[in-house]
Design a binder for this molecule. Structure first.
Ligand code: PLP
Length: 384
């Protein structure tokens, strides 16, 4: 993966530039009437309008597809736009329910609620902790949308059994691989049909572009491309180029995120004020078996609970000096938030408690800083 990342963008033809150019144009010369006809009919590959396709955006699609091990990809303006596109394609012509789980990313959950309220998309939310109930729902699903590890409690879902169960009914499985990343988890090797990515996070890695991508295990069809271009959440060349540039260092950054994530989780688990550490690479029991089966690293995404509850969590956020109080994840800089106050503030205290979101829970996106600097900031912010 290190080698592939270093060469992302492709080998130049002849005297061409090594780094792909930014083709910042919405329109392309169609040539003669006969040439235009060949492009529009699909008889010949070519560009007409950037929402339909653009050479720089194509380079990004090829790059994400190659890291995920897919056959083709469609680039979108955000991770949510990628989920919308994948769900729309996977549920076409299906009357059974779209099965998902309660701790799928909050924005995905909201998106499914809107689709359900407005277009009557049938959605069923099942907790994978009850594996029998989960697999039963998946066996009858029209399509499945899942995220493993989940955010913020890093719960893992068994990809192999879930995908087998869904395929028994001909249902497509969409895996949100944003937190694990293709560095640590390859959903296509377990048979997933689609992988969605918020490229905003680890793939770009610089916290300066919002973007997404949906990758398909099999060749993209004309219908997949039709849905993508007409839903409209496509991108311009400049943004695609920025993500592609960020991805050149993806493997190096992930090595550092995995190392720092593991070291910080270990350090936190030894702190007397920390009652629980959630980190996929430290999963135990059945969850530990799932980790071994499908993941090779835990990324830099951690959540931990403070004995002092909400007050201790607020004090911790106020005292941080190196770590920034901010949402999102996957950048080189470490970020922390309190889910009860940010991503899960819309829920009642009781509903949060049921979902396992303690008042004293802190979500930490561990960056690529020197680990001693991170533990020093954690030590002073925790007040010991
Ligand atoms: N999937 C996961 C796991 C996320 O954490 C996020 C955003 O935080 C998204 C999808 C949505 O991505 P975006 O914000 O790029 O739309």
């Amino acid at each position: 993966m290190e080698t592939r990342c270093a060469h992302l963008g492709g080998r130049p033809d002849g005297n061409g530039p090594f780094v792909p150019p930014i083709v910042q144009s919405t329109v392309f010369n169609l040539g003669s009437a006969a040439e235009a006809e060949a492009i529009f009919s699909g008889e010949r590959e070519g560009y007409a309008y950037t929402r339909f396709g653009n050479p720089t955006v194509e380079k990004l699609a090829e790059a994400v597809s190659s890291l995920e091990g897919g056959a083709g990809a469609l680039v979108t303006s955000s991770g949510n736009a990628a989920t919308l596109c994948a769900v729309t394609i996977a549920m076409a012509g299906r009357s059974n329910k779209l099965v998902t789980h309660p701790d799928v990313y909050g924005g995905s959950h909201e998106l499914l609620s809107i689709l359900s309220e407005t277009y009557r998309l049938p959605v069923e939310v099942v907790d994978p902790a009850d594996e029998a109930a989960w697999l039963n729902a998946v066996r009858q699903a029209g399509a499945v949308l899942l995220e493993t590890p989940s955010n913020p409690l890093m719960r893992l879902i068994d990809l192999r059994t879930t995908i087998e169960a869904a395929h028994g009914n001909g249902a497509a499985v969409i895996v949100d691989n944003t937190v694990a990343t293709p560095y640590n988890q390859q959903p296509f090797s377990f048979g997933a049909d689609w992988v969605v990515q918020s490229t905003t996070k680890y793939l770009n890695g610089h916290s300066d572009v919002v973007g997404g991508c949906l990758v398909k295990r099999d060749e993209l069809t004309a219908q997949d491309r039709r849905v993508h271009k007409n839903l409209g959440g496509t991108v311009n060349a400049m943004e695609a180029w920025m993500v592609l540039r960020g991805m050149r260092t993806f493997a190096l950054r992930m090595k550092a995120h995995n190392r720092n994530g593991a070291a910080v989780a270990e350090w936190l688990s030894g702190h007397p004020d920390v009652t629980k550490v959630h980190y996929s690479a430290r999963s135990e029991g059945r969850q530990g078996d799932i980790y071994e089966q499908q993941m090779t690293g835990g990324s830099g995404f951690i959540a931990f609970e403070l004995a002092g509850g909400g007050e201790a969590a607020e004090r911790f956020l106020d005292r941080m000096q190196l770590i920034t109080h901010a949402v999102s994840l996957g950048g080189m800089e470490s970020l922390a938030t309190r889910p009860a106050m940010s991503s899960h503030r819309g829920m009642t205290t009781q509903a949060r408690k049921k979902a396992g979101i303690a008042d004293g829970l802190i979500r930490l996106s561990v960056g690529t800083e020197a680990v001693e600097d991170l533990t020093e900031d954690l030590r002073q912010a925790l007040g010991r």
